[in-house]
Design a binder for this molecule. Sequence first.
Ligand SMILES: Nc1ncnc2c1ncn2[C@@H]1O[C@H](COP(=O)(O)OP(=O)(O)OP(=O)(O)O)[C@@H](O)[C@H]1O
Ligand SMILES: [Mg+2]
Length: 244
Amino acid sequence: MLKVDHISKTFHSKIVLQDISFHLDARETIVILGPSGCGKTTLLHLISGLEKSESGRIRIDNRTVSRPMPDVALILQNFGLLPWKTNLQNVALGLKIQGISRKDRNARARKILAELGLGGREKDYPSVMSGGEQQRVAIARAYASQPRLLLMDEPFSSLDAITRENLQDTLLTTWLGTSVPYLLVTHSVEEAVFLGKRILILSGSPASIREIFDNPGFGDIEYRRSGAYYELIRSIREKLGEYW
Ligand SMILES: Nc1ncnc2c1ncn2[C@@H]1O[C@H](COP(=O)(O)OP(=O)(O)OP(=O)(O)O)[C@@H](O)[C@H]1O
Ligand SMILES: [Mg+2]
């Protein structure tokens, strides 16, 4: 459903990404790991259409990406919430553009906020929410638009360990129910192994894809308790030492 073909990106004559190619199938998920500053956010921006690459092509369901698409949701590293809108309005934002009535979009936004543990916070503004709470509002907004593809840039990084695991479970359960493919960036190897059907290592300057790990145990909510989970974490960690 997503095809990234020989993408390169340069900022001010510095090549950040060089010749990146991979694909994401409709029933798949990919998690990207890579050192800070290597170009992971840049890659998500290119796929979402927020930035343009100098060479190569990105296709989503046979449409070439040239600008942001309404059915591709991006959760930004800094959340991307509008400070002058309430949580409910922020979550319902994309639904207005989709032409959904106010009553229906508020109902949907309310339901998703409650699912993410933010029931009762609909009228609050982002400025009074903690970092982790803002992150959850941003996640709610992405889910609310029922996207065909979900792009997430370190979506759980500001959360405490337990909330983080709960939201990882929510994401996996949602994926099992809807099978909306996602591409997620993280610095946590544990998160990568729990949430990625494949795990892609991006590294170097300019960055390229160094390795892709298959994760046959992915998709089981009890995966964290299995030996295979720890085994894969161990072998990815070993490899990361070489690439960092
Ligand atoms: N708009 C921009 N203009 C100039 N340089 C940029 C721009 N965006 C990113 N860069 C540079 O491109 C490189 C990659 O940045 P990017 O944000 O993609 O890294 P990252 O892998 O997401 O890092 P982190 O893990 O810290 O979030 C960095 O050197 C950054 O300074
Ligand atoms: Mg980043």
